[in-house]
Design a protein around this ligand. Structure first.
Ligand code: SF4
Length: 467
């Protein structure tokens, strides 16, 4: 360990400030672990305790009621700013702060240490897990009530611990293959201007004195082959490999670098053809998530519900108008006069499904057309929409922040204008990425990607300025 520290210290003089920060992350690993455990304990308390308390009274505030505080912490601060942080700093959240990652890795030290089964390596899990948790969260009103937060967030934590106990040794098998947000985070990290860069030739030619891994094996918990790492997608930015063989350095890059100028290797070409990340972006982030953010504000849903209820009454079909009675399936809080009927649940699911097909289908159609005109695979072109999809999710989550602040009397009157400005800028950013990515028909590439963003932009504008 001393040798590692000496070598790290020795290389500091020639490194920039950012590189020094990366090396410090490695050197002060214990400090990071302490921070992680503080977050683990705070997270467990905020997820679990409110679920066993009575619902907060109307006059409760963020500062005097634990349930309100936990809601604000999770939905007002945590989620929106985690999304933002990943676009800005890569997956530092995962490697340094995430309680689930810390727990699954810690328990895997003492677990069975089995090899990862084939079924777990299926590339569709991040999409399926993201859609299932998003939809179940809406059905159970996760933003408003602590029990569904315990069910979904706590359930995910228990699953992460179970996976850690069975598979992998000191690894984050859960994060790599099954975490419901790892797919989204992996996409967003591609545009982060900060990353751990690996110089393969320096790695291969490092003098024996610099081959620190022989003396102190780097444990890359998300199972990355560090020497061959070219993407920030899977890297949890934990800093444990910083300075390794004088070849790994925390450094800046252009935010579009990973999307535009990927080395033309067989591995990269195979990854480009992977459909699941593109499906997650198009039908998950710009489809299901959009529907989940919009259904409760939609006057169209109210109109359809009234028509459907009238029809059911006229035809004496009563069961859809009954409540489910199960809070873990559909919102059921009679004490707060907040109860979903089967009709409510069915319409909610239909709304999200229709918006997913219409908006996601629109985006997908333009990607296919643009792909046909430029000769690029649509799934590669989809990456140009990462900034737009990321800000779309951030904008949706930020509405929880401002609505909770409004409940406390803090009005952010400029929020909608700022949101639409962010979305337009990120759409233009996507068009410029497409223009640079295309080797022919560059203008068509930029127009095609701009057109792909028109319908989601219209959906957001309708919510902000019409409803
Ligand atoms: S490559 Fe692995 S060890 Fe290195 S920073 Fe990323 S997650 Fe950590």
């Amino acid at each position: 360990m001393n040798t590692v520290t000496e070598q790290i210290s020795g290389s500091v003089s020639s490194a920039g400030r950012l590189a020094r920060l990366g090396l410090a992350m490695r050197r002060y690993r214990v400090t990071i672990l302490v921070v992680q455990w503080v977050i683990v304990l705070s997270y467990l308390a905020l997820v679990a305790i409110p679920a066993f308390l009575p619902l907060p009274p109307d006059k409760a505030h963020i500062w005097n009621n634990l349930t309100r505080f936990a809601q604000f912490a999770f939905w007002g601060i945590w989620w929106p700013f985690v999304i933002l942080s990943i676009m800005a700093l890569g997956r530092v959240w995962c490697g340094v702060l995430c309680p689930e990652g810390a727990l699954t890795e810690w328990v895997s030290k003492y677990g069975l240490g089995r090899g990862i089964p084939r079924w777990m390596k299926w590339g569709g899990w991040p999409f399926v897990a993201f859609v299932m948790t998003t939809v179940l969260g809406q059905m159970t009103s996760i933003y408003e009530y602590p029990k569904p937060a315990l069910l979904i967030l706590g359930g995910s934590t228990i699953a992460a611990i179970a996976v850690g106990l069975i598979w992998g040794r000191e690894k984050r098998v859960w994060c790599k293959h099954l975490c419901p947000v790892s797919g989204v985070f992996g996409l967003l990290a591609k545009i982060a201007p900060v990353h751990f860069k690996v110089d393969q030739s320096a790695w291969d030619t490092a003098p024996s004195g610099h081959r620190t891994s022989r003396l102190h094996v780097v444990n890359c918990a998300p199972l990355i082959n560090i020497r061959r790492m070219e993407s920030a997608s899977d890297c949890h930015m934990c800093g444990r490999c910083a300075g390794e063989r004088d070849a790994v350095q925390l450094t800046l890059r252009s935010p579009g670098a990973e999307i535009i100028s990927k080395p033309d290797t067989p591995e990269n070409r195979a990854k480009e053809m992977d459909l699941w990340p593109a499906r997650l972006l198009v039908f998950g982030m710009l489809g299901v998530a959009l529907g989940a953010f919009q259904w409760s504000a939609s006057p169209w849903l109210v109109t359809v519900k009234q028509i459907a209820a009238g029809w059911l009454i006229d035809h004496e079909v009563w069961w859809p108008l009954k409540e489910s009675g199960h809070w873990w399936l559909l919102t059921y809080y009679p004490e707060a006069n907040d109860v979903f009927t089967w009709l409510d649940g069915g319409l909610l699911l239909t709304y999200i499904a229709v918006e997913t097909l219409v908006v996601g289908g629109w985006v997908w159609g333009w990607l296919r057309l643009t792909g046909a005109l430029t000769g690029l695979p649509w799934q590669r072109l989809a990456q140009t929409l990462i900034p737009f999809a990321g800000f779309s999710v951030f904008v949706g989550l930020s509405m929880l922040t401002t609505s909770q602040l409004a409940g406390e009397g803090v009005l952010v009157s400029w929020a909608h204008v700022a949101r639409i400005a962010l979305l337009v800028i990120s759409a233009l950013w996507g068009a410029s990425l497409a223009w640079r990515m295309a080797k022919r028909n560059c203008t068509m590439a930029a127009i095609g990607i701009s057109m792909a963003t028109v319908l989601p932009l219209a959906a957001w504008s309708t919510q902000f300025f019409v409803w």
